[in-house]
Design a protein around this ligand. Structure first.
Ligand SMILES: CC(=O)Nc1cnc2ccccc2c1
Length: 465
């Protein structure tokens, strides 16, 4: 049974369909710039992807939460020059409140965890650790000439209240479990690991004051996009570093091994280096070490990361980062917590992964299916057909009632094929007289003998078909 794609391109194909103009209408049929409609065919793909996210979250003992797509703009005021806070889809509401469509989910999570703390008179230890996940739609206001999307759905997994590296090990394992569950292997994807703590030692040794640390990381994160010279320029102009220090920092991000990076950082076997080694050891035991590689250039673009950071990339080098995350031990204090609450999390967008699945040819075939089409032979039987549908649904079957008398049987079979019915139930006057419904199996192999293909079933046995 074909999907409903027909000639319409699904949103996922991202090929701009010609803007359909309705004659004399004031509006276009297209959704607002940078946003997507999910037609049933697209929604089946999205539902399949989210079911995979939920399956992994459940297998790691995570609980689902949610928060409003609308948040106070204040929640994201971090002044570290992050793209994500500079492109907020923000506005004043009718009461003049400064609000925004959320650009990410972590601040909402932090706000909710702090509510739990306040309810517990500043204490929360009782409920820690928390393992929460969500699949929020997040928004940005992109200048349209870049033609980029303004919304995406992002699977978030966070562990709150675990200071040790086991939290990172657990989340990385969940990322790997997800990839394996959709047919992606460590040949297709790798996960780059670094620690902002080790980078912090490099910056500290280079004389960068701690309060310039976040914005330095945000600038270094742009290396791939704008190149070393531009990053060095921004480090000198925006952070006020000397050209020499800026050059040293960029050079350090080119370290090929943890040992080399530690040496550049002049930190030797520091605690943070030991912690990173421990992570690689746990990954061995956990069975996904082959997915990981140390990479000193990974800092991620969010200001609030304070420790291990990581991002998954496609080894073919075609796509942008597939997902990313890290430790953010200071965010809850930033929002008013009386003490440090250690957190680790990742975000996994719904765009790049779909491109990867398509490229690797592992996108699932998700046909339209229904157990039964129930058709009335003539108008007198329409009501009976509905009573048959009710019995079948009570027996747990999915039923699509053919919307008119099936005078031309061929048309009813065409409909059944379109909706992917496994069986057709005909409600006809003669059979009905004898308390029978005729059931035709539409999926049996062609060599099946006719009397097996079509059987007359007593009403009372409909729940067994
Ligand atoms: C590939 C893609 O659409 N990325 C995307 C789309 N919308 C966003 C919205 C907010 C934050 C990040 C976003 C990222």
């Amino acid at each position: 049974a074909a999907g409903s794609s027909g000639t319409r391109r699904s949103a996922a194909s991202d090929v701009a369909a010609p803007a359909a103009e309705v004659k004399g209408s004031a509006f276009t049929l297209d959704p607002p710039s940078g946003t997507r409609d999910f037609f049933p065919e697209d929604m089946r793909q999205q539902r399949w992807l989210f079911d995979r996210f939920r399956e992994v979250a459940a297998s790691y003992g995570f609980q689902e939460y949610d928060a409003p797509v609308l948040e106070h703009e204040e929640l994201y005021k971090r002044k570290a020059g992050e793209e994500i806070t500079e492109q907020m889809y923000n506005f004043r509401d009718k009461e003049g409140a400064a609000v925004t469509l959320r650009p990410e989910m972590t601040p909402s999570l932090a706000r909710m965890v702090l509510q739990l703390m306040r309810a517990e008179t500043g204490e929360i230890a009782a409920q820690l650790p928390l393992k929460w996940f969500a699949i929020p739609q997040c928004w940005r206001f992109e200048t349209t000439q870049r033609g980029r999307r303004r919304e995406h759905y992002q699977w978030n997994m966070d562990i709150v209240g675990v200071a040790g590296i086991t939290a990172e090990a657990e989340l990385l394992s969940a990322v790997v479990s997800f990839f394996e569950s959709v047919g992606i292997t460590s040949k297709d994807v790798g996960i780059k690991i670094n620690s902002r703590k080790v980078l912090g030692a490099v910056l500290n040794n280079a004389g960068v004051p701690a309060e310039r640390f976040a914005e330095t990381c945000v600038i270094i994160d742009k290396l791939d996009k704008i190149g070393a010279a531009a990053v060095q320029k921004e480090l000198t102009e925006k952070v006020g570093l000397s050209a020499d220090v800026a050059q040293k920092i960029v050079a350090a991000t080119g370290a090929k091994t943890l040992d080399e990076f530690a040496e550049l950082a002049g930190v030797g076997e520091s605690d943070e280096v030991k912690e990173l080694r421990k992570l690689f050891e746990l990954a061995e035991d956990y069975g996904y070490a082959d997915w990981l590689q140390f990479d000193a250039s990974v800092v991620r673009g969010l200001a609030y990361y304070t420790g291990v950071v990581f991002e998954a990339f496609d080894k073919a080098g075609v796509l942008r980062a597939i997902c990313g995350g890290g430790r953010y031990d200071k965010l809850l204090e930033l929002y008013g917590s009386k003490k440090e609450v250690p957190c680790v999390g990742f975000g996994f967008g719904d765009c790049v992964i779909v491109e990867l699945l398509r490229e690797r040819g592992v996108q699932p075939q998700l046909p339209v299916t229904v157990d039964f089409v129930v058709a009335a032979y003539n108008n007198d039987m329409l009501g009976k057909a509905m009573s048959v549908a009710r019995r079948l649904r009570k027996a747990g079957k999915s039923v699509d009632v053919y919307p008119e008398a099936a005078k031309k049987v061929k048309k009813a079979f065409k409909y059944a094929d379109k909706v992917g019915a496994r069986k057709m139930a005909f409600v006809a006057p003669d059979e009905w007289e004898n308390g029978l419904v005729s059931i035709k199996d539409l999926r049996c192999p062609p060599e099946t003998p006719a009397d097996k293909k079509q059987v007359n079933v007593p009403l009372a046995e409909l729940d067994k078909v």
